[in-house]
Write a protein that binds this ligand. Structure first.
Ligand SMILES: O=C1O[C@H](COP(=O)(O)O)[C@@H](O)[C@H](O)[C@H]1O
Length: 273
């Protein structure tokens, strides 16, 4: 598959940044990346455990629904999870599941029984606890891998967006959920973006993944991207900057607009948090 990466460089350990001239080229490379991780995981473990987010990410995954991937990927080995979900009904316009179902899951032959959506009928507290329980069972049978360093689940791939405020999944700047060390899945009731109630993977789970991709297009993400990638003190208050795989790889997929502030100093920006 031909790839048109404008620039690709490594910053922190195990972190690669790929910048593309357009979001279309970014989507092409993202599909190839996901396909490669899927093939390697199936070959090495027999399964591919992938966690999705909502937002623009699903649109950026669109090329997986096209040739050659729709025919060549071993979809029967895919196990799909969510890095975060909004506490709304599955048919609600704000549901991350609904978006993924409409734009991705309904277009590829992933088995219904391999799609682990978050309970939309329980309270957020119970839904988070139930989701963690389900993941614990799947870790026991190794459908989801396990991290050797901390016993966390080791997803083969976690796909994240970055919000304009630097949030990833439903981990928002300065929120106490960022501090959680022992929980795998937690809930919040005070999201700064609607809806207020959400369920989310915690940082230890995200950072234990074998592969993490953070995908961003458009200029409204540029400052958050720059802040998260910079190694300056500002990065510590940006949730996306706290995504640092313990024993895996992080790849940023950026279009040119989202990468515009990368070279700029971001000392001023950190004061916005
Ligand atoms: O609320 C959410 O939003 C983010 C994406 O933020 P956006 O500002 O790029 O729309 C998404 O990653 C997350 O899964 C979703 O719940």
């Amino acid at each position: 598959m031909e790839r048109e990466i404008m620039a690709s460089y490594e910053t922190k350990k195990n972190c690669e940044i790929r910048v593309f001239e357009s979001s279309d080229e970014m989507a092409t490379d993202l599909a190839e990346f996901i396909s490669q991780v899927s093939e390697i995981s199936v070959k090495e473990r027999g399964y591919f455990a992938i966690a999705l987010s909502g937002g623009p990410l699903i649109r950026h995954m669109r090329k997986l629904c096209e040739a050659p991937y729709n025919k060549t990927l071993d979809w029967s080995k895919w196990y799909v999870f969510w890095a975060d979900e909004r506490a709304v009904a599955k048919n609600h316009i704000e549901s991350n599941y609904k978006l993924a179902k409409q734009e991705f899951l309904s277009k590829v032959p992933i088995l219904n029984g391999h799609v682990y959506s978050i309970n939309d009928t329980a309270t957020v507290e119970k839904a988070a606890a139930d989701y963690e329980f389900v993941i614990r069972q799947l870790v026991k049978v190794r459908t989801v891998g396990v991290s050797e360093s901390n016993d966390c689940p080791k997803f083969d791939l976690i796909l994240l967006n970055i919000g304009p405020d630097g949030h990833v999944a439903s981990l928002f700047p300065n929120h106490p959920a960022l501090e959680l060390k022992d929980d795998w899945v937690t809930y919040i009731t005070d999201s700064p973006e609607p809806p207020p109630e959400r369920i989310t993977f915690t940082l230890p789970v995200i950072n234990s993944a074998s592969n993490i991709a953070i995908v961003a297009s458009e200029e409204d993400k540029a400052k958050a991207v720059s802040c998260a990638i910079s190694e300056g003190p500002g990065a510590t208050s940006v949730p996306a900057g706290m995504v640092q795989p313990t024993d895996g790889k992080l790849v940023w997929f950026l279009d040119e607009a989202a990468a515009t502030s990368l070279e700029a100093r971001n000392d001023d920006y950190k004061h916005q948090y």
